[in-house]
Every structure is written in structure tokens, then in C-alpha cells.
Design a protein around this ligand. Structure first.
Ligand SMILES: Nc1nc2c(c(=O)[nH]1)N[C@H]1C(S)=C(S)[C@@H](COP(=O)(O)O)O[C@H]1N2
Ligand SMILES: [Mo]
Length: 413
């Protein structure tokens, strides 16, 4: 077929003897295991924001039926989001070499001539475009968001969310069509049958590496990414190995301010003067009661301590730190509720995407959920949210609002 359209003198550019359906099948089966894990942990990450609770939490309000699976994000175990998002980011990074090798292994197919042979062929090529385009899009947006620290706050979420649905649909079609074939070609290898098919190069070049060697290189690449990434989520001594992670790296040490800062007060435009003497926490309830509390007032209320991590959507998390302050449910009761109600949290920060958040009643009710005033035995520093910040078990970091100025208790829906 190809010879009809290309002059005979044109060299066949796809001559690597590594290519063939078996090489592609091995890489494909690794992705078959990894991609669904990425997808599921990604869906969980979206659910963890409690997007159905309030518009401030929802970056994709037009999701329609795609939100069918949403549920109230629990507060147990307290490391839940640390685990699910750590997995999401780590698995995503680790699969990069496998994805690239897989695309390389099938690249001749993307250039077959004629481009379309029949309606069926056209549909197959369209689905491949969505598959390859979707995969590249998801990996690029995800990695940019992690590495460049909210390159596109707000818009990242819809891009990555809708992109994921496009990708997984094409992936499901592809898996149904191709997995049986992948298993068959691997069985045939065991049986000693010669390899055939259009991925086998017509004029193979001399091998410079064996297939086994090539797969080992892909595996070594993934392993290297694993050990330079996972430490940001595992924490402890492993934090030191997370060389690739922008907020991982060397453990910043012990002490109240010696852990990751997502956005400093300076970057958020929060001035020490506003967080100092004139600061009041405004607490309101459904019946319109208003309390204005100084930090000294808050320190007069019963103080509680909870050991909780901060776990960011970017994949990094802190080890459990000892936060202390006032229980959210005590403040909810002060506001005239039964302590089991939603809350709308506002920061004194004036600009930026993460200065407001809504928490669900189960999060307010949990005795470990605090308006924290201190961490690890010292007052919060300004960069970590002084005079007061939210800390909630199992919640994504974005819900742990810093520099809290106002709490509005009452059912949000
Ligand atoms: N007011 C305000 N609170 C905020 C943010 C912010 O930008 N502004 N960032 C959130 C995000 S995304 C994370 S991961 C945590 C990080 O907390 P840390 O900076 O103390 O580590 O704070 C959260 N609270
Ligand atoms: Mo975050």
C-alpha cells in the first residue's frame, strides 16, 4: 500500500527493530494498570473540594452529569487526601517515560498513508487523536500545575477535569479494541510464533539495544522519577530525596514555620499590619448573631490540639503537625447553631483564587477541625496564616484557608 504512494527511493523512516506489536503490548499493559488509577484518584481529588457544597469550591460549574459520582468528602482517615493526591501526582510523573515510549512505539501508525481508508478507519484515527491528544494534554497540564505552582489558577481545574473525561473515554474504547490483541501477541511470543503486523519495520535497521534493554531503560527512567518525586508525599526522611518536587526537597526542619509555604503573605498581598492589632474574627450565624473576636478572645476559648497534615493538590504534603486553637464546632455553637452545620470561610486576603472556601457540616463537626492559632507549640507565623487559619482532617490544602477574617455558619444548601 505504502509503495503506491511513496517513491521507492524514499527511505523508510521507521526502521527501529524495537518496534513491533509485542513491545507496544508490554507498554500498553503497564498503562492499562496506571491510567485508571490516575483517573480515579483525579476524580477523588475533585470530590475532595466538595464542589457541590458551594459555588466557591467549584471550578467546573457546568460539569452536569460528569459530577454524578460526587459525595461528601469524609474526615477519616485524616491522611486520606495526602494518600489519594500523593498517588495521583506520583503515578502521573512515574508514567511519563512509559507514555513516551508507548507513543514512540506506535508513531509510524500516526503517519500511515493514505490518511483515511474508510469510514471505520477515519473513526479509529479520530479516537486515536483524542487518545494521544488527551493523554499529552493531561500530562502537560498536570505537570505544569505542579511545577509552576498554579500557573493557571482557576482555569487549570476545568482544563484538567474535562480533558480527563475526553481522555478516559478514548482510553476505554482503545482498551476494549486493543487489550485482546495485546494479550494475544504476548501469548504468541511464548509459543514462539514469529511477530507480524504493521508495527514490524519493513526494513529493520541493525539493533543498538535489545527490547529487553529498551524496556529496562524505560523502567529505570520511571524508577528515577519515583525516587525523586515520591518523598514529597511520603514525608519523613524521604522528603530529602524529592529533588524534582518544587515543595518537596530537603525537609525544611522542625519548628513552627519550618514547613512548606504555598503562598507567602507577601505574594498573597497580606500585610502584617492587617493581621495585627486591628484584626477581628467576625463570626456570624443563621439567625444573624455577630461576634467580633480578637486573638486574645480566641485564646480564652477552650483550646484543642490535633495532629494533621497539609496536603496540596500539587502532590506535596507535610507530615502531621500539632495544630492548636479553637474547634470549628465550638465556634459554630457560639454562632447559635448545633455545631453540625456548614461554614463559609473568608480570608482577609483581598485578591487571589484561594481566599474563600466552604466546609461541609461533617468537617465543621469533627473535633479535630480547628481554627488554628498555633502550630508545633508556637504562634502561627504570618506566612502560615497568622493570626488564624483553618485546619481540617483529610481535606485538600486549598480548604485550609489562611489569615481567616470571617466565618459564616449555616446551611449552604
Ligand atoms: N488565604 C489563603 N489561604 C490559603 C491559600 C491561599 O492562597 N490563600 N492557599 C491554600 C493552599 S492551596 C494550600 S496547599 C495551603 C498551604 O498552606 P501553607 O502555606 O501553610 O503550607 O494553604 C491554603 N490556604
Ligand atoms: Mo494547595
Amino acid at each position: 500500500m505504502r509503495d503506491l504512494h511513496l517513491p521507492r527511493t524514499l527511505p523508510d523512516p521507521w526502521r527501529s527493530p524495537l518496534r513491533g506489536p509485542r513491545f507496544t503490548a508490554v507498554l500498553g499493559l503497564v498503562l492499562l494498570a496506571g491510567m485508571p488509577l490516575l483517573f480515579v484518584t483525579g476524580l477523588l481529588s475533585y470530590a475532595a473540594y466538595n464542589p457541590n457544597l458551594a459555588a466557591v469550591n467549584d471550578k467546573t460549574p457546568d460539569k452536569g452529569l460528569l459530577g454524578f459520582y460526587l459525595f461528601s468528602w469524609p474526615t477519616d482517615p485524616h491522611w486520606l487526601y495526602r494518600l489519594t493526591q500523593g498517588l495521583h501526582v506520583t503515578v502521573g510523573v512515574v508514567l511519563v517515560p512509559v507514555l513516551l515510549a508507548k507513543l514512540w512505539s506506535v508513531v509510524p501508525k500516526l503517519f500511515t498513508l493514505p490518511p483515511v481508508r474508510s469510514l471505520g478507519h477515519a473513526l479509529e484515527r479520530l479516537s486515536l487523536l483524542l487518545l494521544v491528544g488527551g493523554a499529552l494534554f493531561e500530562f502537560v497540564t498536570g505537570i505544569l500545575n505542579v511545577q509552576l505552582d498554579y500557573l493557571f489558577p482557576g482555569s487549570f481545574y476545568p482544563l484538567h477535569f474535562y480533558g480527563a473525561w475526553v481522555f478516559i473515554s478514548a482510553f476505554a474504547v482503545h482498551a476494549v479494541l486493543r487489550v485482546p490483541q495485546a494479550l494475544r501477541v504476548l501469548r504468541e511470543r511464548k509459543a514462539g510464533v514469529a511477530e507480524t503486523g504493521d508495527l514490524v519495520p519493513a526494513q529493520p535497521a541493525e539493533p543498538t539495544v535489545s527490547r529487553r534493554g529498551a524496556l529496562a531503560m524505560v523502567g529505570a527512567g520511571s524508577l528515577l522519577l519515583l525516587v525523586t518525586t515520591a518523598g514529597q508525599s511520603i514525608g519523613g526522611v524521604w522528603r530529602r530525596t524529592a529533588l524534582l518536587a518544587p515543595h518537596g526537597g530537603e525537609d525544611p526542619g522542625t519548628g513552627s514555620d519550618r514547613f512548606q509555604i504555598n503562598k507567602t503573605a507577601a505574594v498573597a498581598g497580606v500585610r502584617a499590619a492587617d493581621a495585627g492589632a486591628p484584626w477581628r474574627l467576625v463570626v456570624t450565624g443563621p439567625s444573624g448573631t455577630v461576634h467580633r473576636l480578637t486573638r486574645a478572645d480566641l485564646l480564652q476559648l477552650p483550646q484543642h490540639t490535633a495532629s494533621l497534615p497539609i496536603a496540596c493538590v500539587e502532590g506535596w504534603s507535610t507530615d502531621d503537625r500539632r495544630w492548636s486553637g479553637v474547634r470549628l464546632r465550638d465556634l459554630a455553637v457560639l454562632a447559635g447553631t448545633d455545631g453540625d452545620t456548614d461554614v463559609f470561610v473568608e480570608s482577609l486576603q483581598q485578591h487571589g483564587a484561594f481566599r474563600k472556601a466552604a466546609l461541609r457540616h461533617n468537617q465543621v463537626h469533627d473535633p479535630r477541625s480547628l481554627l488554628a492559632l498555633r502550630v508545633d507549640g508556637a504562634d502561627l507565623t504570618l506566612d502560615h496564616g497568622y493570626p488564624a487559619r483553618i485546619i481540617v482532617p483529610a481535606a485538600p490544602g486549598v480548604l485550609n484557608t489562611k489569615w481567616v477574617a470571617r466565618l459564616t455558619f449555616g446551611a449552604l444548601r
